[in-house]
Write a protein that binds this ligand. Structure first.
Ligand code: DHB
Length: 486
């Protein structure tokens, strides 16, 4: 028989255990009841649609944040679309990357603004019944009060991976289907979306993720959408000279000797990628890349634009652009004329700036140095020493920031579905950057939907509804709403 004193003792122990349990609620648990109901009207090509949705604001996604203002996210869950109830518990999850220029995204500001601001793509996703997650993240500008930088590479991708892990960790609590996470971003955000897609579950980020207390879950994603992705940074100077070397920018032609050196290095790099072009094109090299771009991307883009334009618009356009020949519904032109039409924007080198002023120089700074060089070319030029080598840590960081690095080695956690878009007039990086990514992904049997918007500039999106349709197609997810679905 147990003595009464024993029973009292056990009761006291149980009481304290429960108390402890209550106090140690997992900080990575999604607060499913902490939301406000919001309403918005979204303009679509099929008319205006009213969406009522739950907004969960400013939720930390790591257990040991460096800065909670940045390492937090918002979740939006549609509950009523056009007056009809909807259940998003099994819907695709659109993972929105709001980051541009490798700058930080302050998630705390989204609640201070008192108004829930979403991108048009996110609005359309809600109309389609999808869950939207919008994340904050650290970036190259983050600095403590005593001057220490804390968002240099690879902080941004580490944070986004931690956010993906948070979503998956909360499977069944956070609404949406964790097997249908679709990332989307533009420019630097497009590059990081690509990186999130190619580097899924890579062990190379593990120590960084552990340090910030990321959830114990996988970080691969289902699909990646990348608009104007500024990736493959350590080869971007070379690629830029290959494309724009002989085209003047506002200050005239860049140093032709240096430009030719970079273009030559590009040819070697392109060869090393060993990319197989579409159809019977064979290997894509620096020598035949102009033809490749024209045949599979530029001419089809111009042709579709002209075909879809009313006669008067088309005739006017062709009169103003006599470098284009329009015959049998097909636009033809030379690559040289096309590049003159676009024009060069950046100086030389376009990315690893000799003065260390580019966003990328600042991305590759460290906790005490704001900006650093990240290519041997720029470093050697400045030091007038052919043997100078960038620091080993930077080599590692350029890899950790490069989507191409992971597809080149066929990383197992790479997303299966890809939506790649750029404008033909985007001169922020060479057109070869996105097309190399598309080609490599195709070569490893990924499902790639790549297109260039004719005359589109940086981050152009002429088909936001097409993107939503694509997500419906790759997931098979559809909700039945009268005014939206036919
Ligand atoms: C962005 C643009 C750039 O030209 C660049 O080098 C890096 C980032 C951007 O818009 O995000």
């Amino acid at each position: 028989m147990m003595k009464a004193t024993h029973l009292v003792f056990i009761a006291i122990v149980l009481f304290f255990c429960n108390l402890l349990k209550a106090q140690t609620v997992n900080p990575l648990q999604f607060p499913k009841d902490k939301f406000t109901l919001e309403t918005k009207k979204v303009r679509t090509t099929k008319g205006e649609v009213e969406v009522i949705y739950r907004a969960y604001m400013h939720i930390p996604y790591v257990a040991n944040p460096v800065d909670k203002d940045y390492q937090s996210l918002n979740v939006f869950v549609p509950v009523k679309i056009d007056g009809k109830d909807t259940d998003a518990s099994n819907a695709p999850i659109l993972f929105e990357i709001a980051m541009g220029g490798y700058m930080s995204v302050n998630n705390a500001e989204s609640i201070e603004a008192k108004q829930v601001k979403l991108s048009y793509r996110a609005d359309l996703a809600l109309v389609a019944g999808f869950v939207v997650v919008s994340t904050g993240c650290r970036g190259r500008d983050n600095r403590t009060a005593n001057g220490k930088y804390y968002g240099k590479a690879p902080a941004v991708i580490v944070d986004l991976k931690a956010a993906v892990r948070y979503i998956r960790f909360n499977k069944g609590v956070l609404p949406g289907n964790v097997d249908w996470i679709v990332s989307v971003g533009c420019s630097a955000g497009g590059a990081v979306s690509a990186l999130l897609g190619t580097s899924g579950n890579s062990p190379l980020y593990e120590s960084y993720l552990n340090k910030i207390g990321a959830a114990n879950a996988s970080d691969n994603i289902f699909a990646s959408a990348c608009y104007s992705p500024i990736t493959d940074l350590e080869h971007a100077d070379m690629a830029y000279e290959w494309m724009y070397g002989q085209t003047p920018n506002r200050s005239g032609l860049v140093d032709q000797k240096l430009s030719k050196q970079l273009a030559k290095a590009y040819a070697e790099y392109q060869q090393s990628l060993n990319l197989k072009g579409r159809g019977d094109f064979g290997m894509v090299t620096a020598q035949n890349y102009q033809d490749y771009l024209i045949r599979y991307f530029l001419s089809p883009s111009a042709s579709r634009f002209l075909k879809d334009s009313p006669d008067s618009v088309r005739n006017d356009y062709l009169k103003k652009n006599i470098w284009i020949t329009w015959k049998d519904n097909k636009a033809s032109f030379t690559f040289k004329d096309f590049v003159s039409h676009v024009g060069r924007m950046k100086g030389l080198p376009a990315f690893d700036d000799f003065n260390k002023k580019s966003p990328e120089n600042i991305l590759f700074g460290n906790d005490s140095v704001d900006a650093r060089h990240f290519t041997n070319f720029s470093l050697r030029h400045l030091k007038s020493n052919k043997r100078s080598e960038i620091d080993n840590d930077i080599k590692n960081f350029t890899n950790l920031m490069n989507a191409l690095y992971f597809v080149k080695q066929d990383n197992k956690g790479c997303a299966q579905y890809w939506w790649l878009r750029n404008g033909t007039s985007d001169n922020h990086t060479s057109q070869t950057v996105m097309i190399n990514l598309a080609t490599r992904l195709q070569n490893i049997n990924k499902d790639v939907n790549a297109w260039l918007f004719w005359d589109g500039v940086h981050c152009a999106d002429y088909d936001p509804e097409g993107f939503i349709e694509w997500i419906k197609n790759i997931t098979g997810y559809r909700i039945q709403i009268n005014t939206i679905e036919k």
